[in-house]
Structure formats: C-alpha cells, structure tokens
Design a protein around this ligand. Structure first.
Ligand SMILES: *Cc1c(COP(=O)(O)O)cnc(C)c1O
Length: 365
C-alpha cells in the first residue's frame, strides 16, 4: 500500500510508526484482552496511558510543577471561551493580538464574555506578517495578553514572544506546539487542539499555571471551570481515551526522534526545502507571508493566476499529493508540514513544484 503525501492542515498526517504501533495493539492492549477504547477510564490500565501522556508532554516541553497539564474536549475553539470565562473578571480587560482568522475568533468569544481590546493587528496587511513587539499595546493591569503563535491559515509565525511581566501571556499553539523549542515559563496558558502536531482530533491540551486556576468560579458550568479538570486529573467525566492513547504514542515517537530540539532541526530543513523552491522560482510561486514572519508549519503560496493554481492542484492530486488547497479565505495553495510529515515528502513536493514550473513557464509568457 502506498501512503499519501499528506499535507493536510488538520486533522493532519500522523507518524507511520505511531499508526503501526496502534495497529499492533488494536485488539489487545497490554494483555488486557481489550482494545484501548473498551477499557474503563477508571481502570489502572487506562490510568497508566493517561499519566504517561501527561508525563511525556511535561518532559518534552520542559513543563515545571508550577503548571497543570489538562486533557479537555471541545477543541481549541472551546478554549476561546473558557479562557475569558476563567481568567477575565468584571473589572478587567483582556488584550488580543490579531494575526489571523483564529485569533479573530478567540477575540470575538472574549468580547461576548467581558471587556476585550485589540493590542495589535495586522489585518490591514491581509495578515502577511506578525506585528513588531514594540507595537503591541495593552494596559499593565490587563487580565492577560492573548497571541496565536502560528497562523495556520495565513502561514505566519511569531519568531519571538512579548515579555509581558505581570500580565499573563496566553497562547494558542494549536498548529506549532512541539515543533520548536520554547520556554514554557514565558507563558501562563498554552493550549492546542491535538489534530495538527499531537495526535488525532478529540483531545485539547491545556497547560496552565496553577496559580491561575480558581476554585471560586462556582457560577460557571462545572465542565467549563479549569478547577474541575485540574482537581480530577482530567478525569472528572469520561475523557477521549482513544485520542489520549494516540497522543501518548505520538509523544513517545517525538522522544524517540531526539525530543523537540531534534524535531525543530528537521522542521527547519523541511521548510527550507519548500521555501527555497518558492524563492528561486523568480516569482512563479509567491509566498503569502513576508519572509521574516514565515511559518515553518504552514507554507502558503500562490501561482501566477487562478487557472495555473487549479492546474497545479489537479496535477498534484494525480501524483498523490493531498491537502494542498489553500484555505478558502486566502486562496492559492498551502502545504502543512507538521512534525509527522517526513523530509522525503517535502522533497517530493519541491521536485513536483519545480517540474510544474518548468512545464508551465512558457504558457505563462
Ligand atoms: C486548527 C486551529 C484551531 C481550531 O481548533 P479546533 O480544535 O478545531 O477548535 C484554533 N487555533 C489554531 C491556531 C488552529 O490552527
């Protein structure tokens, strides 16, 4: 069987080794005589899987005991609401940096729940870049500053993060968590839907400073309080056991790769392979993102016209490339090259892009 060259934006490629391991344990996990989906979430077999995922994530990201790691449901999108519900009180303001569609959505939810303001925005430039750190404006008593570290749809990423002092920094890392070494201590909350870099959809990781978790928000629905999940090791209700199991396998795989520092090196290499083709194409391929804001996870580009874009996507499909259509709000093409996408698949795409350009350059003139 031939595996696809999968450049989907999310759900996205998973490491083949992870799928093989899951397959080998599908009917009988750890000699339980059951699949992981059939285990009680209160059993010691499941508990071991749950805690392994938590321990591995802490180890890989260097998360200290000052933080709680939660496995929740509702996607990153539910965090857009849970964050203001739990962290934004009536007399405070939350500040948002708008760098793309996902940060816009997060901001909209916050406005429904309290006072939220824009600290900086690059919307006027069609989100082609990240704002400079010194252009970000917020009150020094803000409830928090929210950023989206990688903009999945526009293909931009933050290269350095704001120093926020006493203001908690909250980050949506859905599309770049575990792709590059970060100092978790700079952040008060990090959240990510799993389906880009961590596993399948269905589980959302929230890394939150313990001192931000309040037991006093009893007016909130129980399921929407961080305290509920923190106080029960994310086992207040039935967790997505299959997704958390696959997360544990992805984390094991990440560790076998040599950890995040090694993964970062591979990701840089992968991104360079494709950006080089764009840069050397003499304008045939145009990157959406400005060079200093380019994402190493989502590469967005256009061709000279819509007709060529269409032809490119059709031929790519015939050659086994999947998921190269740009998001409907940007158009053109997008290659999502998350951790699980092998170097060889990026090389295959680069050589297809070069071949396509050579075959079509005359047509263009
Ligand atoms: C995919 C994505 C989301 C949405 O995640 P869901 O789990 O589908 O809610 C939010 N933010 C970013 C940056 C994303 O890439």
């Amino acid at each position: 069987m031939k595996r696809a060259y999968n450049f989907n934006a999310g759900p996205a490629a998973l490491p083949q080794a992870v799928l093989e391991k899951a397959n080998s344990e599908w009917l009988n996990i750890n000699n339980s005589g059951m699949s992981v989906m059939e285990l009680s979430h209160r059993s010691k077999e499941y508990d071991a899987i749950h805690n392994k995922a938590k321990t591995l994530l802490k180890e890989l990201m260097g998360i200290s005991d000052e933080y709680e790691v939660l496995f929740l449901q509702g996607g990153a999108s539910l965090q857009f609401s849970m964050i203001p519900m739990n962290l934004l009180s009536d007399h405070q303001t939350a500040a948002y940096v708008l760098t793309g569609a996902w940060s816009d959505k997060a901001f909209k939810e916050a406005k429904k729940l309290g006072k939220a303001v824009v600290a900086a925005s690059t919307k006027e430039d069609n989100y082609t870049h990240i704002p400079s750190l010194d252009s970000i404006n917020y009150e020094h008593d803000a409830a928090y500053l929210h950023i989206t570290t990688n903009n999945t749809i526009y293909g931009t990423e933050w290269k350095e993060y704001p120093e926020t002092g006493n203001v908690p920094l909250v980050a949506d890392m859905s599309s770049d968590i575990l792709s590059t070494v970060i100092d978790v201590n700079k952040f008060s909350v990090i959240y990510a839907g799993a389906q880009k870099n961590l596993g399948p959809s269905g589980v959302t990781v929230v890394i939150i400073k313990k001192d931000l978790i309040s037991d006093e928000l009893t007016h909130l629905p129980t399921m929407l309080q961080y305290a509920t999940h923190a106080n029960s090791n994310s086992l207040y209700n039935t967790p997505p056991t299959l997704a958390i199991y696959l997360l544990s396998l992805v984390l094991e795989w990440a560790k076998e790769q040599g950890g995040v520092a090694e993964i970062e090196k591979i990701n840089t290499k992968k991104a360079n392979i494709i950006y080089n083709v764009i840069d050397e194409s003499e304008g045939f391929y145009k990157g959406h993102a400005q060079k200093d804001s380019r994402s190493h996870m989502n590469i967005t580009f256009t061709l000279p016209n819509d007709e060529l874009s269409k032809k490119f996507l059709e031929q790519a499909k015939e050659e086994g490339f999947v998921g190269l259509n740009g998001h409907r709000s940007v158009g053109g093409c997008r290659a999502s090259i998350y951790n699980a996408v092998p170097v060889e698949h990026c090389e295959a795409l680069a050589s297809f892009m070069k071949k396509f350009q050579e075959a079509n350059i005359l047509v263009q003139k």
